[in-house]
Structure formats: C-alpha cells, structure tokens
Write a protein that binds this ligand. Structure first.
Ligand code: ADP
Ligand code: MG
Length: 718
C-alpha cells in the first residue's frame, strides 16, 4: 500500500464548489432564523386571539388551549410547505443522548387518485412513534412499550434540509403512558421551572418587581476533531467506537503549540463557513471558531441562550457539523478522546441565571444593591456545588469521558470551584469582617461598611478547574464533547434551585428578626462561605499536590471512573433532591442510572471486541508478513536485529491478545452492574496491553505493510 499516494488524495478530496456564499447583509436580513417558525411568523399567520393564547403558552409555560391546536397546525404546515417541507416529525431527545425523529408525510390520499397535504392539531400536539426500542431503564416493559411524544411549544419548530427536500421538526418531549419521562428534555423543562420557583422569592426579598420570571442561560463551547474521510474508513476502531484503539505517538504532537489559535486551514474554514450558514438559518447564534490545542482539533461556540433552546441548538450544532464535514471529504469526531497522547475534547457549559427582563443574576453590578444580590447568588452556587459534587461528576460520566476526567488531563475528576483571586479575596474579607476601603477606582462599592468592593471585571483565568467563575457566569468544563448537555443543565438548575431556597429561608429568618437587608445578606454570605469554603480552589487542578489536598485535607470526592460516579446517582440525598423539586421521581432516576451502566458496559464491550478483531486480523498479520520478508532478506546484521525486535513485539501482542480474548468472552456476570465492572476492571486493562504491544510494532514494522492510517497522517493532513 503506497502511503504517500493516500496522503495526497486524502488532502485533496474535497470540492471547493460546496461553499455557500451569503453576504453579511444577506445573513442578517434573510438568512438568520429563516428556517425557524418564530413567534413573529406565527403572529402573521394566526388570528389575534389564537396568537395571544399561543403566546401565553410559549412565554409563561401555560397549557396549550386545545381549541387552537388545529389552527396552529395549519399555520405550521403552510409555513413548512412554503419552505419546501414534505414531511414532519416530532423531534425529541431519548435517553440515548442523541436526538430521534420519525418522519410522517403531510400527504393524505383523498380518493380517486387525489391527494391532499394535511396536518391536524392532534398530530401536532401528540404522536405515538412506537418507540419501543429506546432505552427505558425498566420504566416500561416491552409488552407495554408505548411511549408518546408531545409538542414542547417553548422551543420553536424548525426545518431540516437535505439534498432532496426538507422536514418540519417539532421539538417534543417523550414520555411513557404513565407520564414518566423517557427523555432528557422533560426533566430539563421541569428543572427550569424549579429554578424559577426557587429564585423568584429570593429576588422579591431584593425588591424585584412582580411578574419577574427566572431561567437559566447557557452557552456551550463545542470542541471536535476533523480528519480526512478516507482515513476514517480505513480505521475500524474509529468507525465502530469513535476513537482510535491503536496508534503510536507521532514524533510531533501538540508540544510546539503551533496549532492553537493558528491560521485555520482553508479546507476547514470552508467547512466551518458552510456549517455556520446552515446554523444561522436554524437561528443558532454561532459566534466563535478557532483551532484548538491538539493538531486537527477545533472549536465552535454560539452566544448563550435560554437553556431549553440552547439544549436543542447544541444537538443541532453537532448534527450539522457531522453532516457538513462529509461534503469536504472530512469526518467530524465528537468523541472525548479520539487520539491518545493529545488533548481530548470537552463541551464547556457556560451557565448563569437571568430574569425575563434580561438581568444576569451572576453579574457583579454597578450599584451596591446589585452587588449584594450578586454575592448572595454566587454563594448559593458555592453551596450547591459543594453539596452535590457527586451529582456534577455523575452527570458527565461516560466511558468516553473517563479518558479525560481523572486521566491527568483537563479537567480533573475532583469537582472544585475556581473563583479567581479578586472574588476569593472579597469572600475572605467578608469572613474576616474587613470592609472595603474604596482604594481602587476599578472597584464597586457594596454600600455597607462591612462589605468590600467588587472589581468591575472579576475573573482571571484557570484552565485546570472543572467549574470556574468567569466574570459573569460559571463555566462547567467537565462536560464531554459528545454528550447531550440536557442532563448537566438539569443538574445545575436543580442543585442551585435547592441551594437558593435554603439560603432564602435563612435570609428571610434574619430579616424577620429585624436585620437590615445589608446585614442579613452579609451574615448569610459569611456563614455559608465559611461552611463551604473547601470547594474553592484557585490553584493547578492537574497537580498531584491538589489530588492529595482535595481528598485528604478537604475531604472532597475523587470519583475517578464512571462507575464510581454513577453509584451515587440515586443516593438518598439525590432521590430527595430531584423528588422534592419535582424533576425526577425515584423510578425515573433509577432508570437513568441503569441506562448509564448499560451504555458503559456496551461501549467498552464494543471497544474490547474491536481491539481483538483489529489486532488479530490486521496488526498481527502485518507483523508476521514483515517477519517473512525479513527472513527472505537473508542474514545481514540489520535484518537479524530488526527480526529480533519485531518478533519480540509480535509475541507480546500475541500473548496480550489471548488474555483479552478471555476477558471479552467472560463478561463478568449476567447482571449489568457486574458486566460494567468487568469491563472497567478486566477488559480495559487487557485492551491497553494489546495496544501497547501493537504501538511498539507500529514503530518497527515497515510502513508499507502497516494496515492502518497513523496518527502522523490523521492528525496532520488537512
Ligand atoms: P470565554 O470562554 O473566553 O469566557 P466568552 O466570554 O466568549 O468566552 O464566553 C464563552 C461562552 O459563554 C459563550 O457561549 C458565551 O455566549 C457564553 N456566555 C457569556 N455570558 C453568559 C451568560 N450570562 N450565561 C451563559 N453563558 C454565557
Ligand atoms: Mg471558555
């Protein structure tokens, strides 16, 4: 196999003419949200009263009036057909972590060879997709497998296009007939409601006007890799598992730091532009694009939105990146660790709380009053993260994310908060009772002799923290690049809702006892901070010293692997939390845990079998062929030397392969927890041994005989 020829065609295999062009004005005037059924669009198509009723549903979460369903459906169908849609689908997020759709045509035969396009209110509101093959974690038995999808009017419908047409997608929730949530969206919506219920009473104490509603805002930065498509198809591991199970470290990795923020390669930039145009049409406010740290790694980030919409949009971003890459002869890899030895990919979730008037509750303000409020909510987040370290770790746990978290890479598996030196200093001064002196012009007063000033631009940077305050929001960095952000946001909303409720009760008690708002807030902040201070860590999260300190001195959890983390998911504390807030009942929570075990087991099982298959049928034969060639090369010193090296590594591979085969067959038990533990404790180590031997061979076997594209090719051919 001539590797040089492959490099050549892999690098050139893309069609320049696929780049769409839209001028900046066209983007703003025509393209942005052109494939989204916005409220404005509906307003133009509905009667005044029908629109008002629908608006109430969308903006205040009221029930949809069944009487207007047919009218709304008709308006949706007309709009969608104008956009070229022939089909519609309820678009939902089952517990697989991806999205699901089952298309139905608008077409209906009307007799005598005539057909009409129809779409009823009933079809809009609810569908029953016979979705019996989705994981339910025991929430349904197959004989009663019916699940139904129901329109979520708080997220707008949109059009997804393909080469030969388009489909109307109706964002939906997915539940069993008994009303239990079978998806990731329902709990997210419930958590937004819980956050609103918890935060508005607090805001009232701070004097918020009646009718104020609160939600969470979310901006997710997506990291991904791009490699040439033809390499992808020659790597069974990438096709089967999304990551390379073999591959020696190339002579050059990311150490030159020349890729990060470097000039974006032309082909990649064309791909990015194409994807962005499609995302604009979907109303997704994509803002940032750049090269990431590892060679072949990139990032895309939208501007933050309401977390419900952001969760839908995040799924669409992944989908559009994946499909668009193909047009450019590229494959987009979303896996958390597609290549060993270089950076993995995360999905930093920037999270905050905001009112319906657009006030960011985690923004240090311009007035003393705003700053008191800011400190109150910031303290609530500290308390929430400390109390629920286990949940934050569990909601990002997966077999693929284990290669990042706790694997000496960004960020660690220990959950802590980076506050930055200024904000930490403020809390320290509140605790020690030192007030502000107003010595710096850049500081905002808190209007109280006991409260210090807050810097206008709080938030220095620390890339090693899993949870960092970055000026006016928290950035949850442990989220994996391939996962749905719905559950992590649900957890954030839930834990902060609970914490805010408790601190509000505390604040209220102190106010009732006659304290001024200033003094009451100071006391709450002070006592809470003292209690939860151990969660704050501004140092190097990768260092061994931190791991020691976190566990031994601070007693923070270090849940190294997925299985360590998900064990905690349905603890009494967590069942209580989700139950109290009406987000997940005990069965719903247990189901999610069960599915996580199952997905973990299946993921590693597939990896183990793929490793065995590739080692046996591709790598070992390459080594043996080379040994045969060397035998023909006669008795030169070089031939003998290489033969010794290759044959030692081949023997090592053979032995490791036998050991892996035993583990792959064993499974470890009948029950999913046993199987999952078997995968972690026996299959993964056996896979690593096979890989170590194979990677040695890669470095000594003739590259002409090597059956797999190498890291050198995959990461550097652009
Ligand atoms: P950085 O990571 O350098 O802080 P940005 O300030 O551009 O970069 O923010 C990164 C992400 O955080 C973007 O998606 C941005 O929209 C989002 N973000 C900014 N403010 C908020 C907020 N109040 N709530 C949620 N996300 C936010
Ligand atoms: Mg960031």
């Amino acid at each position: 196999m001539n590797q040089d020829f492959d490099v050549n065609s892999a690098a050139r295999n893309w069609r320049v003419d696929t780049t769409p062009s839209a001028s900046p004005l066209e983007v703003v005037n025509d393209l942005f949200a052109s494939d989204v059924l916005t409220l404005d669009q509906l307003k133009a198509r509905l009667s005044k009263s029908a629109y008002k009723s629908l608006q109430g549903t969308v903006e205040r979460g009221a029930q949809l009036d069944a009487g207007i369903a047919d009218t709304v459906a008709l308006a949706m169908k007309t709009w969608a057909m104008e956009k070229g849609a022939t089909h519609y689908t309820h678009w939902f997020q089952p517990l697989t972590g991806s999205t699901a759709e089952k298309h139905d045509s608008f077409l209906n035969p009307a007799g005598d060879g005539v057909a009409i396009m129809s779409f009823s209110g009933k079809e809009l509101i609810q569908a029953e997709p016979d979705a019996s093959s989705f994981p339910s974690g025991g929430l349904r038995a197959t004989f009663e497998a019916r699940g139904y999808t129901a329109w979520d009017p708080s997220s707008p419908a949109f059009i997804v296009r393909h080469a030969n047409g388009a489909t109307l997608c109706i964002p939906s929730v997915f539940a069993s007939w008994t009303g239990e949530a079978l998806d990731l969206k329902t709990p997210l919506l419930r958590s937004i409601e819980a956050l609103n219920s918890a935060v508005t009473p607090a805001l009232e104490l701070f004097g918020a006007s009646a009718g104020t509603r609160v939600g969470s805002s979310l901006g997710a930065e997506q990291e991904y890799f791009l490699i040439a498509e033809e390499y992808y198809y020659r790597r069974p591991d990438l096709v089967m598992t999304g990551r390379t199970l073999f591959g020696a470290k190339p002579p050059r990795g990311q150490e030159l730091e020349d890729h990060y923020f470097g000039a974006i390669p032309d082909r990649v930039l064309s791909f990015m532009t194409d994807a962005e145009m499609q995302l604009y049409a979907l109303g997704i406010p994509v803002k940032t694009r750049h090269n990431e740290v590892a060679p072949g790694q990139f990032e895309i980030a939208p501007i933050f939105e309401h977390s419900n919409i952001a969760a839908d949009h995040q799924q669409l971003i992944m989908q559009v990146l994946r499909t668009t890459a193909r047009k450019y002869g590229l494959v987009c890899l979303m896996h958390e660790k597609p290549f060993a030895g270089v950076n993995g990919s995360g999905k930093h979730c920037n999270w905050s709380m905001a009112t319906n008037a657009g006030e960011n509750l985690l923004e240090p303000g311009d007035t003393p009053h705003e700053n008191m409020q800011f400190l109150f909510f910031c303290t609530a987040v500290l308390k929430a993260v400390d109390t629920h370290q286990d949940l934050l770790r569990a909601c990002v746990a997966s077999a693929s994310n284990d290669h990042r978290l706790g694997a000496n890479e960004a960020p660690p598996a220990i959950i802590s908060i980076f506050l930055g030196s200024e904000l930490t200093d403020i809390f320290d001064r509140i605790v020690s009772g030192q007030g502000g002196s107003g010595k710096s012009a850049g500081l905002m007063g808190l209007g109280s002799s006991v409260l210090p000033e807050i810097p206008v631009h709080a938030g220095d940077r620390n890339r090693t923290s899993p949870f960092a305050f970055t000026g006016n929001k928290f950035e949850f960095r442990a989220v994996g690049s391939s996962q749905s952000i719905s559950f992590p946001i649900t957890v954030l909303n839930a834990i902060v809702a609970d914490s805010v409720s408790e601190l509000t009760a505390d604040l209220k008690a102190r106010l009732d006892a006659g304290l001024s708002l200033d003094d009451a807030v100071t006391e709450v902040v002070k006592s809470t901070y003292q209690k939860y201070q151990r969660i704050v860590f501004n140092g190097d999260g990768y260092s061994d010293a931190w791991h020691q300190e976190a566990e031994k001195e601070r007693g923070l959890l270090n849940l190294r692997t997925t299985l360590d983390a998900i064990e905690h998911l349905n603890s009494e504390k967590n069942v209580g939390l989700f139950g109290k807030l009406g987000i997940l009942n005990e069965r719903e929570l247990a189901a999610r845990q069960e599915i996580m075990y199952d997905i973990y087991f299946k993921t590693v099982n597939i990896e183990g079998e793929t490793t065995e298959y590739m080692a046996q049928t591709q790598i070992l034969p390459a080594a043996l062929n080379y040994l045969a060639d060397l035998g023909k090369a006669g008795g030169s010193r070089a031939a003998q030397g290489v033969t010794t090296e290759v044959s030692a590594a081949a023997d090592e591979l053979f032995d490791a392969l036998q050991a892996l085969r035993v583990q792959n067959e064993a499974l470890g038990g009948d029950e999913v927890h046993e199987k999952a533990h078997h995968m972690r404790d026996h299959v993964l180590p056996a896979m690593n041994d096979v890989r170590a031997a194979a990677d040695k061979l890669e470095k000594v076997v003739s590259s002409k005989l090597w059956p797999l594209p190498t890291y050198r090719q995959m990461l550097f051919v652009k």
